[in-house]
Design a protein around this ligand. Sequence first.
Ligand code: NAD
Length: 421
Amino acid sequence: MSFYENTLKNMQKAAKIMNLDPEALEVLSKPQKTLIVSLPVRMDDGTLKVFEGFRVQHSELRGPFKGGIRYLAEVDLDEIKALATEMSFKCAVVGIPYGGGKGGVKCNAKELSQGELERVTRKYVQAIYQIIGPEHDISAPDMYTNGQIMAWFMDEYSRLVNKYQPGVVTGKPIEVGGSLGRNTATAQGGTYVLQEYMKLHDMKPESTKVIVQGFGNAGSFAAEILHGLGFTVMGLSDSKAGVYNENGLDPAGVMEHKKKTGSVSGFSGATSVTNAELLEKPCDVLVLAAMENQVNDKNMMNIKAKVILELANGPTTAEADEYLSGQGVVVIPDILANAGGVTVSYFEWLQNQQSYYWPLEEIQTKLKRVMVESSQRVLDIQKEHHCTMRQAAYISAFDRMAKALKLRGSGANLLCKVYNH
Ligand code: NAD
């Protein structure tokens, strides 16, 4: 099953439980717009390379399209459609007034120089700028994109429309309209969700052992925050390898090591393990913060975690999800667990629109409120419907989107007419 089919399956299961209007499911099962662009870029060695880029706009029922951009060699339309769809649900779960979108460029960002990355980014913006904008479609960082790439993105868009437009993209560096607290927001938001779950199940940080897959933006901050709260972080991994110590690791020390060597691999005071082995180690909470389809039909039988916190998008396949829930493993779903990122992106966009910047404390208080209230709503729905947390999160989002669809009238036609450039 592809990632997009997986997403549709999750939607269909929740729609059935809540008895959703079939028309709402029909409308939300198809992205409003998909754009594929080709990007000819001059490389440092003088050769010309043509990259493929994507932007998918899933739904703007509840507000402008919103979603990150990934630079990945394996990226394809199916994946971007799935991620754009999940973004609509994510924004609805946390009640922020956005719809969903996602973008990507098929490239290996690690092999590109800074100059090449800048040229790819500017070409990508030139190719999609007519369908984006602070009131239409707002981008953000995702896998292998970062604040610098967002700054080039914003600069190129502002140049093309001849107006300073920081709100066209979030996740920017502070100096060019970024928000305090954005870099830690996904991990911090996920921690609040996990804590709400733990309160209900009488779990304490001091006796909770954690393994984190993925040591990038989401995973490294999650490991540091959880360690700081007293959790034992036993294992960490990146794309190259994993490190494990059942007595606990110091994530800040592992980060120092990664900065020097380029990987977590070889960190002293830990045993080296493969990524696959790390996922199968016993633990209380397995934080998935790398990429999609990591827990699947091949390894689901060997997962020993009690709780899975999905900071990555789509890390558990539908088949594995069903199997794990049958085994009593609780999966805290991506659309809730990692929604802290888009929530602080929304705060960044609000600050850009007002040209007025908030102190960190205000951002953290507002993020906590959103994540705690959204978690409680999902946990209440779960109790009411006796379903999984993923199904409850989808129900929570469907409820808000279906109401918006009803209020706006005969949804699909109206929307396409307004935004069909
Ligand atoms: P990133 O590029 O900063 O980090 C990704 C990390 O995963 C890297 O450390 C990489 O080495 C590692 N990785 C890749 N393949 C791996 C594998 N097979 N096993 C173990 N590690 C592997 O990306 P990120 O922004 O942290 O995003 C990670 C995931 O979180 C993605 O699914 C992304 O869509 C999702 N997400 C991120 C944010 C955010 O704010 N950054 C928000 C919501 C969702």
